[in-house]
Design a protein around this ligand. Sequence first.
Ligand code: NAD
Length: 499
Amino acid sequence: MISILTHSKINGVYINGSWIETKTYFKNYNPATLEVINHVSNATIEHVDQAIKSAQDALNYWKNLTSKQRNQYILEFSKKMENDKFNLAKIVSTEQGKPLKEAISEIDKCFDFINFFTEENLRISNYNLASYKKDTDITIKYEAIGVVAAITPWNLPIGMIIRKIIPALCAGCTVILKPSSETPWSAIKIAEYFSSILPNGVLNLITTDNDDEIGRKLSTSNKIDLLTFTGSSFTGKKIISESSLTIKKLLLELGGNAPFIVFKDADINKAADDLIEAKFRNAGQTCTSVNRLYIEETISTKFIQLLIQKIDKLKLKNKTSNDYDIGPLINNAAIEKVEYHIKDALLNGAFLIYGGKRIEGDGYFFEPTLISNVNSDMEVVSSETFGPVLPILTFNEFDNNIVEKANDCPYGLCAYVYTNDLIKGSNIANKLEYGMIGINNNRPTQVNTPFGGFKESGYGKECGRDGLLEFMRVKSVYSTQVYEPRYTSAIQVRKNINN
Ligand code: NAD
């Protein structure tokens, strides 16, 4: 466990190129030790107003730079972040709880995002279309959408910020970033790296634990052109409702409830390894985390034994070692949600196969947990648990409705299918109502590929060309030639002067 204790006040309100003192501060905790790491400035509504004005004022200059010029600022930032990578990874691990190796991997992926978006940015170009009318040229132009508010969650404190602010800045937008109050320190570091690089007002940061009030202000402001949000479907719906009196564009990356379907013809060793990673990475706190396993009956006993053998090898936190595979959950509410889902399942007839308890001692650690004999009426199957708990359901070859079962939930972010029959896998993928599907693949996400869900998992895409175009608006310019002599003769010029 990494622990960087500063106990100091840190400033997280960065507006128009200046760090602003606030009257009040909120506490930033280490979820592995429950120690207070920092006291972080708590922004007010007035700060949000100032940040919006600052982003508006900076927009004209920033959007009129060339893509290449904007890229240069961003690549300079990338170098700064790279030089401080291990320090940043320690900060992520300290305030979010994930093992250091996972924090490093999160940051490494950010460099891929930056490289991709800055390269793709140079490939976006205006184009002409043939007109149906004579003497008319039509040009389709891409331009920055305007002022962007970005609200980010705590589970990937750097990754989620980079995926939003880099394409926004590349596109020529100016940004107001509001990170989660659980992980403000990582966001402050990002603003710090940018602070000596970007023109004033292009990136503004607001740290606060006053989520509802500040969130409402951002949602209802008609000076914000696009609000990009990653977080729970519950908060996403609030944002839709509160922003409805304005006509701002929303990008919503919301909750998931990923099914993991294993057929008897699958490579079960690979399926088990992939499942463990996709379930217990970040202690089950990623939107693409497996939330329910569907395993073909004939191999279920063998598969569960294999899972148990592999889970036994995962390193949990203990008193003598700080080297662990499964970090803490983010806060007590997260532990309570996990406990509630397990209790609800057990009360309704489920069997506890493995784990099931909070790990005693400091920190919000929870045992990896397997539960069987579950059904879709139980919270652990129907809702997103966001913790290290895996409910196991079975199906048999006469069940024709495995796809129906997998689709039977309000979310549609990510699903996994394991089979050695790729035609079967592909047919199932076609019918699954999920935005991202892995066939024998537990990481169906890549920087150049659109990321995003269906149904209550939100709308709009991050990553890929689509994730960059979201921050641009499209303008069609029709230009009709008016017949006039193109070049005035020297005689005509003299006549005009004399008149
Ligand atoms: P959350 O909805 O509680 O908070 C997300 C952000 O919204 C935070 O910055 C929070 O401060 C802010 N917020 C809270 N109330 C608000 C309000 N009324 N108005 C505006 N903003 C408000 O979610 P969380 O607990 O931080 O994150 C976990 C959730 O995020 C999970 O459901 C997970 O699946 C989802 N998630 C989705 C993706 C994706 O890409 N689809 C990625 C990561 C996480």
